[in-house]
Every structure is written in structure tokens, then in C-alpha cells.
Design a protein around this ligand. Structure first.
Ligand code: 3PG
Length: 307
């Protein structure tokens, strides 16, 4: 089988070596398309491909239509909002992710950004420390759990909100306060770290009403997706509450406006880099390769997201 790794934002070379070894030792062929500049390039590369490994690369219905032999797409990472699932499902193509594999990388970045925010973007003015402060974690999956663990290492008080039915048992076991509502989470935590997927339900769901509930000196750290924020609502909240800050891994659509209006209170990474570490690339890339090998070997679809 021919496996294509198509990444607009390439994996670390050491991860590619690992992927190659998994794929070739199982008797398959590996092709690479890195830093491609257009969908047309990807479409051309897909003509004779049986399996595809991607990152945040957009896989639209048109791209799927251009891959007549494609049987499986593995998103090496957590969020699969970049793949047109109905189009894949209609063609009988398996779509998988590699949950948890880059969780630590994202969680560490959340703290890097939080520290930068509370130290006033390293401008040299007196900031504040994390010890003893409250952090609220929105979304308690692999990344949220890792953020909680790291926060406890900083001696912070940790709360979390999850839409899952019974997360409180895990939380209680780990000394994490289970916020009964999202409003409660925002109202009672000085720092909020967002770890929810982008879905029709979550898109634009964090806006003025929630953000302005935050205590004085609040910071929102968004290492999830820009789409979960109601950007106009965020701008209104920052205008009304000069004490609040917003730091995000990838710029919102109104980044220029926010940077101009709220200097020193907003920060955006130049491209999504939460999972951009050698370790996360190795973990997620090799997991993706193994999942493809397992699928072709014995039909293993354990990580399928379009069941
Ligand atoms: C994910 O959903 O796994 C992260 O957002 C990482 O995305 P990336 O692979 O594009 O860095």
C-alpha cells in the first residue's frame, strides 16, 4: 500500500524517520509531501495513495474525491475538524486521530503562554506569580488533564468543567474541583485554559457574557481552536475590562484589531505550535503510522472518529 504523509507544517525529521521505519518494515511504501503551497499540489499527490497521514491540513470533499484509492486518513493529532467527515464516510474512508499523543506539548505551551501573560508579556513591569492562584480548565480530555497535573505542580488551585457525564470521580481523586457549570468556571477562576474541540456546538460559544464573569486580572489561554471564540464578544469584553488578557495559539480573524486596540494584553502565536515539538511529532506521527499498519494488517479501527 502507498502511504502519503502530507503536511503543510512538516514533522521534525526524526519523526519522519520513525514513520518511515513503521511503514516500510510492514511492507508498505512511504511518500512525502511537505510544505505544499496549494490544494492542487495535494490533489496531484493523492492520485494513487491508499492511506494518508496529515496534521491540521484541510481535507475537503474535493480533495477526497481526487483520491480514488484512499482507504484511511489518520490525523496525527487530536482535533479532526479539518477533515470533511461526511465526505470521507460517504466514500467508506476510515478517519482516525491519535488522541493524547501531543497532549503534553500543548499543555506545556499553555503554561508558557500563561507565564508570559502574568509577567506582562515580558515587558519588564511587575507581574504576578501562579502559586496559590486559581485556574479553570474548560474541557477535561487528555490535554485538560495534563494541564491540571502541571498546574498542581505550580501549587495552583485547579477547577475543571467537562461536558462528559461523570468526570467528577476522576477530578475528585486528583483534588480538582468540578465546576458545576461553565459560568461557575469562568466566574471563580482567575485563569481559564481552553481545551475543547471545534464543533457546531462549541463554535463561537465563548464570548462577552462568559468572559466578563472572570475575576480581576483574568487571563484566558486558548490553545484549542480560534473558532470556539466569539471574536466580537471577546473584543467587547477586553474593551470593557482593561484588567483582562487573552493569549492564543494561533491568531483570531480579528487579530490586527485586537493587537492595535489592546497592546500588551493579547498575544498570538504566528502559526499553531502547541504540538510543534520533536516529542509530539514523534508520538503522533509514529502512532499514526502504526494505526495505518494495524488497519491494513487486521482491520483495526480502534481510533476511528467517523463510525
Ligand atoms: C491537534 O489538534 O492535535 C493540535 O491542534 C495540533 O495540530 P498540528 O498537528 O497542526 O500542530
Amino acid at each position: 500500500m502507498k502511504v502519503l504523509v502530507a503536511t503543510e507544517k512538516p514533522f521534525a525529521p526524526v519523526a519522519i524517520e520513525g514513520i518511515r521505519s513503521e511503514i516500510e518494515s510492514a511492507g508498505h511504501q512511504l511518500a512525502l509531501l511537505e510544505k505544499y503551497a496549494s490544494a492542487a499540489e495535494l490533489i496531484e499527490a493523492l492520485a494513487d495513495v491508499d492511506a494518508l497521514i496529515i496534521r491540521s491540513d484541510k481535507i475537503t470533499a474535493d480533495i477526497i474525491a481526487a483520491a480514488p484509492q484512499l482507504k484511511i486518513i489518520v490525523r496525527a493529532g487530536a482535533g479532526y475538524d479539518n477533515v470533511d467527515l461526511p465526505a470521507a464516510t460517504a466514500r467508506g474512508i476510515i478517519v482516525e486521530n491519535t488522541p493524547g499523543q501531543n497532549a503534553n506539548a500543548v499543555a506545556e505551551l499553555a503554561f508558557g503562554m500563561l507565564i508570559m501573560a502574568v509577567r506582562n508579556m515580558y515587558a519588564g513591569t511587575a507581574g504576578s506569580e501562579l502559586i496559590g492562584k486559581t485556574i479553570g480548565i474548560q474541557g477535561f480530555g487528555n490535554i485538560g488533564r495534563r494541564v491540571a497535573h502541571i498546574a498542581q505542580g505550580f501549587d495552583m488551585n485547579v477547577s475543571a468543567y467537562s461536558r462528559r457525564p461523570n468526570p467528577d470521580a476522576t477530578m475528585a481523586l486528583n483534588n480538582i474541583h468540578c465546576a458545576p457549570t461553565l459560568q461557575d468556571l469562568y466566574a471563580n477562576n482567575r485563569f481559564i485554559s481552553i481545551h475543547i474541540p471545534s464543533t457546531p456546538e462549541t463554535r463561537g460559544s465563548i464570548g462577552y457574557d462568559l468572559i466578563t464573569l472572570m475575576p480581576q486580572g483574568g487571563v484566558i489561554i486558548n490553545t484549542a481552536r480560534k473558532e470556539v471564540i466569539d471574536e466580537a464578544g471577546l473584543a467587547r469584553a477586553l474593551e470593557q475590562r482593561p484588567d483582562l488578557k487573552y493569549v492564543a495559539d494561533i491568531a483570531p480573524d480579528n487579530a490586527d484589531e485586537l493587537l492595535a486596540r489592546f497592546p500588551g494584553r493579547v498575544y498570538f502565536t504566528p502559526k499553531k505550535l502547541g504540538a510543534q515539538t520533536a516529542e509530539a511529532n514523534i508520538n503522533a506521527g509514529i502512532a499514526a503510522a502504526r494505526q495505518i499498519v494495524a488497519y491494513f494488517l487486521n482491520g483495526d479501527t480502534r481510533f476511528q472518529v467517523n463510525k
